[in-house]
Design a protein around this ligand. Structure first.
Ligand SMILES: C[S@@+](CC[C@H](N)C(=O)[O-])C[C@H]1O[C@@H](n2cnc3c(N)ncnc32)[C@H](O)[C@@H]1O
Length: 273
């Protein structure tokens, strides 16, 4: 398992370096550095009021959303990611923005230990996160332990059904099973990152695990959380299939003529008070 995660960490370290010096416009660095927000309309509309909240952002990448949550009124923000390049970029951005934030380099699975048993009003996890994790039940236990009584999880990610397909000849072709065993991840290789940056990746391999929606929901329930909502959406923030069309800033949908499937989902859940 460690080897899979180490391979992913090397891949994400490469990507973080490219994303931190992004010139494609995919990451709104200047906007966040000047006190603005990188959150999309979808999550901004669903997270609820963050004013005065202590928030931990798991898999925070280069920290733009973490800093945005502080700019939106959070009392404290902590970002956690296992990529040293991502954490170093996030700290650099926090300094340049003059925004108080804590960034911690660690695996999600070590979050409780490294955050010294601190608890939070909100755990924030979005866009491209849980399919990098082999064990969704262990993840849900981490989330539950990071939350104070009454604290909330906000999760927004690619839909498991969407991940099962590949774009072929302008259509969608069913390509992957709905449940990836922890010890048999899917191996992908990409020469470039998803931003369109022409600079190549050195570490091209990455391992992914697709988790059924029922596994995600049941993992959270079994960890002691109560569901506030489960929503499915027809939009994504990246072009997952070649035939997708851009319908807004960082917003992609299936083109006309394609049968609709959910492309992303969101969950609000809370630890009972
Ligand atoms: C697509 S990015 C998430 C983007 C994020 N939504 C944001 O705010 O920009 C995925 C992140 O997950 C991190 N990651 C992947 N597996 C991880 C793990 N086991 N523990 C901690 N971070 C992990 C990667 O380093 C990467 O920064």
């Amino acid at each position: 398992m460690t080897d899979y995660l180490e391979t992913n960490r090397l891949n994400w370290d490469d990507r973080a370096e490219l994303h931190a010096t992004d010139m494609t416009g995919r990451y709104p660095i200047a906007r966040v550095l000047s006190g603005g927000s990188s959150l999309h309309a979808l999550e901004a509309g669903e997270i609820g009021d963050v004013t005065g909240k202590d928030i931990v952002h798991l898999q925070c990448h280069i920290g733009l959303d973490t800093l945005s949550l502080k700019h939106l009124g959070a009392l404290s923000v902590t970002g956690l990611d296992f990529s040293p390049n991502a954490i170093s970029a996030a700290r650099d951005f926090a300094g340049r923005a003059g925004t108080q934030a804590t960034f911690v380099e660690a695996s999600v699975y070590d979050a409780v230990a490294v955050l010294e048993r601190q608890t939070y009003d909100m755990v924030f996890v979005t866009w491209g996160a849980i399919h990098w994790l082999p064990d969704i039940r262990r993840w849900a236990q981490v989330v539950a332990r990071l939350l104070r009584p009454g604290g909330r999880l906000y999760l927004l990610d690619g839909h498991p059904q969407m991940f099962q397909y590949e774009g072929v000849d302008g259509g969608l072709s069913l390509a992957y099973g709905w449940r990836t065993p922890a010890d048999a991840p899917l191996l992908f290789e990409e020469g470039h990152t998803y931003t369109g940056d022409p600079r190549p990746l050195t570490h091209r391999r990455m391992y992914e695990w697709f988790h059924p929606l029922s596994d995600i929901v049941n993992a959270l329930v079994q960890a002691g959380l109560r569901l506030d909502f489960l929503n499915e959406h027809e939009i994504l923030t990246w072009r997952h299939y070649p035939g997708m069309i851009e319908t807004g800033e960082d917003q992609f949908e299936l083109g006309p003529g394609l049968p609709r499937i959910p492309l992303s989902f969101s969950i609000g859940a809370r630890r009972p008070a």
